[in-house]
Every structure is written in C-alpha cells, then in structure tokens.
Design a protein around this ligand. Structure first.
Ligand code: HAM
Length: 421
C-alpha cells in the first residue's frame, strides 16, 4: 500500500510554471523601474529575533499579537518568520552603520513574508512582497517619489482599476492631542468594543481605528480623524505631498480613515486599493516611519517605504494581461540512439547560443515526437534518424506552413543558429 500523499500547508501555495512567467515579468518590470530611480537591492534573512518585530510593528497590532510564526529554536532563542521587510531593513541599515558614509539610501527587496491570517482569496499565510524603502530623506519628495513609482509600475503593468489613498498620521508632537480626543470617544463606546479593543483602548487607542470587528467599526463611525489634529509641520508636509502629486498628475484621494495596521508610521501613510480583488482591497501599502531607526537603536534618521502584495498584483495582472509562455524555437526529433546522441550535442550547443530548444530523451516514434513538438508550440522541428545520419542531411520542418527542407549535418549547429536567430 502506498502512503497517502502529503499536501501543502493551509494558506501556503505553489506558484507553478504558467504562473511564474507572469511573476518574472512583474519582477523585471519592478526591478527596471527601481534601478532607474537609484534603488539598490538588499536581501535580508527570512527569520529575525522576535523582539525586532514586536518593537517595530508594535506589541498591540494584530500582526504581533496573533499572526506571527514564532518559535523557540534549539538554542532557546525566540525567533519569528518575517511578517514584513521594513523592520529587517532597518535592522540591517543600523547594524551595518549604512548611515555613516551617507544616510541617504534607497533599497528594494522582493521575497516571501509570513502571517498566520485566515486564508481567503488574496490572503495567504506565505505571501510575497515587492518592497521599497528610502532612508535619510525628511523632505516630502521621498513620499511623492514612492507614490509616483507605484503609479508608474501599475501603469506599466496595465493595472488601471486602482486608487491611491493618502492620509497623514501626524507625529509625536500632534498625536497626544488626537489621542486625548479619541480616548474620550473610546471611553463612551467601551461597552460595544471587542475584548481586543477594550485592552488596546488605553495602551494604544489608535489601534482601535484599525479594528475589523463590525461593532468596533460602528462605534468608530464618528471618530475624530488625526488629519484634523496635525501640527503645523505635519500639516505643511502633507500639503506639499498632495500638491506635488497633483502637479505630477498622480491621481489620489485623501482618506481620513486610513490608519494602517502597523505602529511605526508617522506623517504620510498610503494604500493602493483596488476593486478587482473582493475583500482584499489593498494591493500595496506604505508610509513614513521617521522614528523607527532611532527607536531600534540607530541615529534619528527619517525613512519611508512601501510594500506591494505580489500575489494580489499578480492576480490582477493575470486577469487583465496574461503573459505568454515562451515556446521552444526548435524541437529535435531524433530516432535511434546514435541520432539521439548527436541531437543531444546539438541541443546543448544551441541552448548556450541562446536558441530555445527541446528534444525527446527516450525512444519514441516520429509521430509521437511530432505531437510533442506541436503541444509545446515549437516553431521548427529538426528530424534526424539512422538514414539522415548516413546521408549527412537532416530534415527541418516549419510547423507553421508545414514546409520541409534538407539541411547538411556538417556545420548544422551554426546553420541552425543563423536560421533561428
Ligand atoms: P502591509 O500593509 O502590512 O504593509 O502589507 C503591504 C501589502 O502586502 C498589503 O497591501 C497587501 O497587498 C500585502 N499583504 C499583506 N498581508 C497579506 C497576506 N496575508 N496575503 C497576501 N498579501 C498580503 C507592510 O508590510 C509594510 N512593511 C509596508 C511598508 C514598507 N511600510 C513602509 N515600508
């Protein structure tokens, strides 16, 4: 009796050939854009000490309280699979003193993140992000550049059904006044709040604004918006961001309700939302986090960034402009071992010369091999068997117009490269 097969973990998924072409296309488009704007790739580990995420994302957030994959390793360290990339990039920036020579750094990274959320369409437990961060720029240019890059990337990928939502979350100067106003409302609404929000309301009242429980949402209907409490500096910063976005022709909406699910944000926060994904409307999110580098033990250096939900973006692009799989230019149909051995040599030589080539490695009839070539969408088929080897000529068949011609085996690789390039 064979064993039952093992299935993948709930909320995890395979990205299969047929999908990976699209993922690569998105990745290349993003990387080209980032590199044109001076962003450099950084690769950070998939695991960090749990403290890093608890201190940056915030103890009272859903991510840290409920969603992290945390475990004690054999050396008894408390470790967590990264739920996002920003905290790790900050850790790396500080640890390698990247600020010493020039605090202004632009990074991008692409890779898997892990959050133990309830899986549904567009929401996975292992998902991928395309992340970009700018360190060392306090000026609103950085905010505008990042939102502009998101818009440009989405345009290049022909993703149109999106809106940029922007808000300002203020700074340590203006937040206390806002928290005071919010706390008054929260005290009055206490009987209708969920148990999480009851706990959070005194420790971290802003988090209640991000709660998805219907009762809490209803209680927060008339809640004050932080944007109405901004200090002069935050107000000017936000006005400049919106003004520059308008001048650049980037469409956006000011969304007073936008709070984001992570604690580290200050000032500008933004999300790209779409109607194309059902309940999971955010295809990208980001914002400024001017206090984070300092609070993680580095110097006081402002920073801002975003992360795109790669899975969500790929689902939108797949529905609108699927990427075609590149078929082989040439299929070699060899008959008999001597011909197959020759064909294998030619195939390797053609492959390294950049010709897309495929062949059958076992003994199969010509009919079966022609079917295979057809299924793979090969442009041409080279037919070679015992008699062709003896005659010193193989047959090249054009699969589109079904025409055939003989081609000398002497110098065949060079000839095929010329014909197929
Ligand atoms: P976030 O809003 O938590 O921000 O995630 C960014 C994007 O990742 C979301 O808009 C969504 O598209 C995608 N995403 C999040 N969770 C899932 C999931 N379970 N399944 C599929 N996609 C998901 C951050 O992570 C911040 N680090 C962004 C940032 C960078 N802020 C500053 N710099």
């Amino acid at each position: 009796m064979s064993q039952p097969s093992i299935q993948l973990i709930r909320g995890f998924k395979d990205i299969l050939p047929g999908e990976t072409e699209l993922w690569q296309h998105i990745e290349r488009t993003a990387i080209d854009l980032f590199e044109d704007f001076g962003y450099r790739e950084i690769r950070i580990p998939i695991m960090e000490k749990t403290d890093l995420f608890a201190r940056s994302i915030g103890e009272d957030t859903d991510i840290v309280e409920k969603e992290m994959y945390t475990f004690t390793d054999r050396g008894k360290d408390l470790l967590t699979l990264r739920p996002e990339a920003t905290a790790s990039i900050c850790r790396s920036y500080i640890q390698h003193k990247m600020y010493a020579q020039d605090p202004v750094r632009k990074f991008y990274t692409i890779g898997p993140m892990f959050r133990r959320e309830r899986p549904q369409k567009g929401r996975y437990r292992q998902f991928y992000q395309i992340d970009a961060e700018i360190f060392g720029v306090a000026a609103p240019y950085a905010d505008v550049e990042l939102i502009f890059l998101l818009r440009t990337l989405f345009d290049r990928l022909a993703v149109t059904d999106t809106t940029a939502h922007v808000n300002s979350l203020g700074c340590p100067v203006c937040r206390p006044r806002f928290k005071e106003a919010l706390s008054k409302l929260l005290d009055a609404a206490a009987p209708t709040l969920c148990s999480d929000c009851l706990r959070r309301k005194d420790r971290n009242p802003l988090r209640v604004l991000d709660c998805k429980v219907p009762g809490c949402r209803e209680a927060m209907q008339g809640a004050p918006s932080i944007i109405d409490y901004l200090c002069d500096d935050c107000h000017t910063h936000f006005a400049t961001v919106t003004d520059m976005l308008t001048k650049l022709g980037v469409p956006f909406e000011v969304d007073k309700q936008l709070v984001r699910g992570l604690d580290y944000y200050t000032r500008t926060a933004f999300e790209i939302q779409t109607g194309a994904l059902g309940a999971q409307s955010a295809v990208a999110g980001g914002g400024r986090y001017d206090g984070l580098v300092g609070s993680l033990g580095g110097p006081e250096i402002p920073a801002i960034g975003f992360a795109i939900g790669f899975d969500r973006l790929s689902e939108i692009v797949a529905a609108t402009s699927p990427v075609a799989v590149r078929p082989p230019q040439l299929f070699i149909a060899a008959l008999g071992e001597p011909a197959r051995a020759k064909a294998f040599q030619w195939a390797t030589a053609l492959g390294i010369a950049g010709v897309g080539v495929a062949m059958e490695y076992g003994e199969k009839s010509l009919k079966a091999q022609m079917k295979q070539a057809n299924r793979q969408g090969a442009g041409q088929v080279l037919i070679v068997g015992e008699s062709e080897l003896q005659a010193g000529k193989a047959v090249l068949r054009n699969m589109a117009d079904k025409s055939q011609r003989e081609i000398p085996i002497e110098g065949i690789v060079e000839k095929l490269i010329q014909t197929l390039h």
